[in-house]
Design a protein around this ligand. Structure first.
Ligand code: ZN
Length: 578
């Protein structure tokens, strides 16, 4: 409920904002055109929401059942070690995070205020479940089932609300090849009064809300005794107002504070059309410094792993950055994209390649979320689907290690590349396939890295079957989310690859999957090589082929998933400050 009201308030603010812009409402000066005039603030016209309609909403009759797949789970963080002032900082950060939630509503769901009104008016038998599911999905489309509408019947726009809904084929093509503001990470694409596509910077489009969020971050900075946190908060407040996130991304890397925050526009998954646009989100966390220190020693292995990637030397990237801090933290509050659908276990940021070249990337593992998911979901899945003799190998530690090495692997392999003599980035070349391939890469490279380090002597041999079986249980857990978005597709690619290579065998007699650990190791390395080569060459066509061939749901997989109906698909976090 809180989310929904916040979203509606945000929508109103956006409407007000669009008329507060210079020249808004005035009879157009004909400034439209192919390229934006320099120095002129583009003025978007209001979206047409008449398609939302009125009257009794059509609602799928299994909405309550779909909601029940997300087990409501209290997620708590201990504040024992925090001072009074640090707790006040936390309050400010939560307040700023609530704004990110409102911004993400606007990005994810066109006309969300009009749809929310219809959802709010709905009085059928599943009314309460519908409202909760609408909030969980940030819209009327099921993130778990290929964006299928669960109410209203409107088709999901692949570009979410980042682009106008009525793009022509020619405009779509033009956007696909765009390099300037229209393709920028921090702009919304809209139409001007002449009907031309224009790019509106987030700092303009969301001006009032970002100004409010900036104010809260500055207030938190005044309260904080931690210099690194203060610097980040101040710089991020500036970024909200000028769309330049570089400096604050750099400072975010250096935060060394018991209270941490990750807040702003980050991932591009929500833009299923081109993968250009960053979604707003926030994680407010309380760090576990002892655990972080234990894990930080793995970062010393990153250059060695990069040097041993199974790709030609010329494609290796020894200067991608060696300073890669690892944090283990407990979630205190999350909002925006991170709150939508499936809950994040760990993240690896920032995405800006300039920062990654200079400083690497920071991994934050969300320990309380990870523990909740292992015991409630992953363990029961493994018990159900593995052959009996391999069930004993499922361990929380393997789940933790794989998650850790998944995150570290985002910082390995091709990032900035050269295609036909042109300096570019993997992200720009692979477009909508980028996220899927990058997630698949991180998963398989994470396993590959653990196997490599075991061979190097860092882990005992007993870890190999534990890794392989726990990883497999993890694949089932992820594919259950559906194969509509990057993570689900990434997992389907891995599953089908391993099945094809016979690293996984379905044992009919035991009605369970068996992992062949030796074959598994080689198959994993093969997939690491395949994906890294596509990335190194910026090969859009091969990326599409790999996804098309492997990101599928074969019968053996759908039959297995059907046996998991009694196990929750994910947790639905309930925070103390909700
Ligand atoms: Zn990832």
């Amino acid at each position: 409920m809180t989310n929904k009201s916040a979203g509606m308030a945000a929508a109103l603010a956006v409407l007000v904002l669009s008329c507060a812009l210079p020249g808004c409402g005035g009879g157009g000066d004909g400034a439209g055109g192919e390229e934006q005039a320099t120095g002129e603030e583009p003025v978007p016209v209001a979206q047409d929401c008449s398609w939302v309609g009125t009257g009794e909403l059509s609602v799928r009759d299994d909405v309550a059942q779909r909601l029940a797949a997300y087990a409501e789970t209290p997620i708590t963080a201990s504040l024992e070690g925090l001072s009074e002032r640090e707790r006040e900082v936390l309050d400010k950060l939560v307040a700023a995070s609530r704004i990110m939630n409102a911004l993400f509503w606007e990005q994810a769901c066109p006309c969300h205020e009009a749809i929310a009104t219809r959802v709010g008016d709905y009085a059928g038998p599943q009314a309460e479940a519908l409202r909760a599911y609408f909030a969980l999905n940030f819209g009327p489309w099921d993130r778990r089932f290929d964006w299928e509408p669960f109410c209203g019947g409107w088709p999901h726009p692949p570009g979410a609300n980042f682009y106008p809904l009525n793009l022509s084929d020619a405009e779509r093509e033009r956007l696909g090849g765009a390099r300037g503001p229209l393709a920028a990470l921090y702009t919304m694409v809209r139409r001007d009064a002449a009907g031309e596509l224009i790019a509106v910077p987030y700092s303009s489009f969301f001006h009032q809300q970002l100004a409010d969020a900036a104010k809260l971050l500055r207030e938190a900075a005044v309260l904080s005794d931690n210099e690194s946190l203060r610097h980040f908060l101040t710089a991020r407040a500036d970024a909200f107002l000028n769309d330049d996130y570089y400096e604050s991304d750099m400072l975010w890397m250096d935060i060394d504070s018991p209270v941490e925050v990750t807040i702003g526009p980050y991932e591009t998954y929500e833009d299923g059309l081109f993968g250009y646009k960053a979604s707003f989100e926030a994680f407010v966390t309380v760090a576990d410094s002892a655990e972080s220190a234990r894990l930080a020693r793995y970062k010393g292995e990153l250059p060695w792993l990069e040097a041993h990637l199974p790709i030609p030397e010329s494609y290796k990237n020894p200067n991608r950055g060696t300073e890669s801090p690892i944090r283990v933290a407990d979630e205190y509050y999350t909002s925006g994209e991170s709150r939508a659908g499936i809950q994040t276990l760990a993240f690896n940021l920032p995405n800006d390649e300039r920062v990654r070249e200079a400083k690497g990337s920071k991994k934050v593992l969300l320990r309380n979320v990870m523990n909740a998911k292992f015991s409630q979901i992953l363990m029961p899945i493994g018990q159900e689907l593995l052959v009996r003799s391999q069930r004993k190998d499922l361990t929380a530690e393997s789940f933790f290690l794989h998650t850790l090495f998944h995150e570290m692997s985002h910082g390995l392999g091709p990032g900035k590349i050269v295609v036909d003599g042109r300096a570019t980035e993997v992200r720009l070349e692979l477009k909508e396939h980028y996220s899927t391939l990058e997630e698949a890469k991180a998963d398989v490279m994470g396993e590959w890295a653990i196997f490599m380090l075991q061979e190097k002597g860092l882990f005992p041999a007993s870890i190999l079957p534990q890794q392989a079986t726990t990883y497999l249980a993890g694949l089932f857990r992820s594919v259950r989310f559906g194969i509509a978005e990057a993570h689900g597709q990434a997992n389907a690619i891995q599953f089908n690859w391993l099945l094809e290579k016979k690293a996984l065998i379905y044992d009919d007699a035991q009605a369970g999957f068996r992992v062949d650990v030796a074959v598994f190791r080689d198959a994993i390395e093969d997939l690491v090589r395949t994906i890294c080569m596509i990335q190194a060459e910026g090969n859009y066509t091969s990326a599409g082929k790999l996804s098309k061939h492997y990101a599928t749901m074969p019968p053996v997989l759908s039959r297995a998933l059907a046996r998991l109906d009694h196990i929750p698909v994910d947790i639905r976090p309930v925070f103390a400050v909700d």
